[in-house]
Design a binder for this molecule. Structure first.
Ligand SMILES: [Zn+2]
Ligand SMILES: [Zn+2]
Length: 308
């Protein structure tokens, strides 16, 4: 596909309809159809009856880009109305289990769902080892299906791109993905990702306490999906475990900190996700109170399978 120079204005055809004349952003050739869906919205490894673990699907012109692979992510992709054989690229923010535990499973299930094109997982080391060991754990099944269902070998469909530094991660004709190093206590490196497309810029924070680098990455973005921790709920969650409380406070962002990041970066819309704790007793108003001290733009508390 031919990429056009910066900020070209052109008339685009979408589904046979003549769309309004829209300014195009750097390097993209056409107005894409794009959807951003929260596959889950809770933070942490403990399964919940109320929310699935946080992950984001970005669907552009039939290609599926995912951020993070928590437990059950393949099922959430299906519930969101996407197909696993539409998977294109996967971005893993860091290697905590609630972000990566299903990375290999997702590839096995996508392969079993008819995946034909290679998928690359981008994320910090030791992502290669995590994925290859997970694929190895499924090797009995994959061998049987290759033998009895005529499926192609799985390995050539799974690529891993380990990233250790901030900056450019990936680009194709639909999207450019850049990253910032965020502050997730001892878990290093941990990344936030920014997706720039012809029509929209979307930033996913990953797990982080307040981060100036995230403010810079999110500068002027249309949408910021940010993790959030509700401070008054932390004692109840930690239940006397002082080490867990310390970990939470140094690893995650209070709602006040999230508001500050959104205000300082000047994003148009803020969505809270990766909620800690994900108790149903914490109302949207309680989540947003801290945010609104500084951020005056649109702010919402994410729901599973919500388009944002
Ligand atoms: Zn997490
Ligand atoms: Zn984490």
């Amino acid at each position: 596909m031919i990429c056009h120079p910066f900020n070209v204005t052109r008339r685009a055809l979408i589904g046979g309809m003549v769309a309004a004349v829209l300014p195009l952003r750097a390097g993209f050739a056409a107005i894409p159809s794009m959807k951003v869906v929260l596959l889950g919205t809770k933070g942490g490894p403990t399964p919940s009856a109320y929310r699935a673990p946080a992950a984001v699907a970005i669907f552009i012109d039939g290609f599926l880009y995912l951020v993070d692979c928590p437990s059950g992510v393949a099922g959430q992709v299906a519930k969101a109305g996407f197909r696993l054989d539409q998977l294109s690229q996967i971005f893993v923010t860091h290697n905590h289990s609630d972000h990566v535990v299903d990375a290999g499973n997702l590839m096995v299930l996508a392969w079993g769902s008819g995946l034909t094109l290679p998928v690359t997982l981008h994320g910090p080391p030791p992502l290669k080892q995590i994925v290859s060991r997970s694929l190895a754990a499924s090797s009995y099944d994959t061998a049987v299906r290759m033998r009895e269902e005529g499926r192609p070998p799985l390995k050539p469909l799974v690529k891993v791109h380990e990233i250790s530094a901030a900056g450019m991660v990936y680009q194709d004709a639909r999207v450019r993905v850049t990253s910032a190093l965020v502050d997730h206590f001892t878990v290093k490196p941990a990344f936030a990702f920014r997706f720039d497309t012809a029509t929209r810029s979307v930033v996913v924070s990953g797990d982080t306490t307040y981060s100036d680098k995230l403010v810079q990455l999110a500068r002027g973005a249309d949408l910021l999906i940010h993790e959030a921790m509700y401070l008054p709920g932390i004692d109840q969650l930690a239940n006397g475990n002082a080490m867990l409380k310390e970990h939470l406070l140094r690893s995650h962002s209070t709602t006040e900190q999230v508001g500050l990041v959104a205000a300082r970066s000047g994003v148009k819309k803020l969505v809270l996700s990766h909620l800690v704790p994900a108790f149903p007793s914490i109302s949207d108003e309680m989540w947003l109170r801290g945010v609104r001290k500084t951020f005056k733009g649109e702010a919402v508390v994410g729901r599973d399978l919500q388009e944002v």
